[in-house]
Ligand binder design. Structure first.
Ligand SMILES: NC(=O)N[C@H]1NC(=O)NC1=O
Length: 298
């Protein structure tokens, strides 16, 4: 597999002006951060090393500089966004979160919250929204506007670092190493659920995704209650929202556990988010004809 992107080490070895041109935008309209990090600690051999060096500049900057950094951020669904006046990075993030398609009621709430928040704290509300949904964003906004200023200053700086990390990863995407697996256990009989049909669909890139689901495949658990291999791995495994549908009713009907022709648990849908496709996500299901539970396994 070939990448059109530089490796993290190539990015970290760039001369000062090229480094600032490439990495500068990860902190919104604040290239001084990349400049100082390069002067202090280049070259860097990994994205983590770049992230640490950038953050060390931000965390040791004066309070005035930190405030200036926060104030470079555009409001979420604010005037700049409406006027199409955002940086390329912010445009992408706000669009992916569905903020460019708000209903009039949602828009009115964002406008009111943006006003109340900025009046109270003197800087804009900041949240890393790339993989968030508008409901999650609004929930966080309503809660955080009630916080004390010191708490919000620290939270906004932490969010700014998250935004920078997500932007950094887009500059030099890591080789895909993650995978998705599952395991079904029959808690009515105390054994693996063998021969249980499962469907997997991809619902889109963000938690607000409402695009047509994409069928990834139909699977059947083996004698150990697992799939024979990962349902997704490598470059096919993308961040976003997925849904398993477990045919629990059919499984118990075939085993004769369900007396009635209308099982209580029929299909069990399980919608889950992947926010780091470099990781292994193991999604087990424990089920009986009457109950189920799940967790993020390993
Ligand atoms: N205000 C604010 O949080 N802005 C941003 N957050 C984000 O992820 N992209 C932005 O533009």
């Amino acid at each position: 597999m070939t990448y059109k992107y530089p490796s993290a080490a190539e990015l970290g070895a760039l001369a000062a002006s090229d480094f600032v041109a490439a990495v500068g935008p990860v902190y919104e309209k604040s290239p001084w951060i990349a400049e100082r990090a390069h002067a202090k600690a280049a070259p860097f051999d990994s994205l983590t090393a770049i992230d640490d060096a950038l953050w060390s500049v931000v965390s040791t900057a004066s309070e005035d500089e930190q405030l200036a950094l926060l104030r470079e951020h555009p409001d979420l669904a604010g005037k700049a966004a409406l006027a199409g006046d955002l940086t390329a990075e912010s445009t992408d993030e706000q669009q992916r979160a569905g903020l460019s398609a708000l209903s009039p009621t949602e828009m009115a709430e964002f406008t009111a919250l943006n006003g109340a928040y900025t009046t109270k704290f003197g800087f804009p509300f900041i949240l890393a929204v790339r993989n968030a949904s508008k409901r999650i964003i609004l929930g966080s906004f309503r809660r955080r506007v009630g916080n004390a200023r010191g708490v919000e200053m620290a939270e906004c700086l932490a969010q700014v670092r998250k935004i920078a990390w997500m932007r950094l990863r887009l500059l030099a995407p890591p080789a895909p190493t993650g995978k998705l697996t599952c395991h079904v256990l029959d808690t009515a009989h105390g054994c693996p659920a063998a021969g249980l049909p499962i469907t997997l669909r991809y619902l889109g890139g963000t938690a607000s995704a409402s695009a047509e689901p994409v069928l990834i495949g139909h699977f059947m658990t083996n004698s150990d209650g697992r799939l024979d291999g990962p349902a997704l791995s490598g470059s096919a495994f993308e961040e976003g929202v997925y849904e398993w549908v477990f045919a629990v009713g059919e499984y118990f009907a075939v085993r004769g556990t369900t007396a009635s022709g209308t099982p209580f648990l029929d299909q069990v849908p399980l919608r889950f988010g992947i926010d780091n496709a470099e990781k292994h996500y193991h999604v087990p299901l424990l089920c009986s004809p009457w109950a189920y539970s799940t967790y993020r396994g390993s």
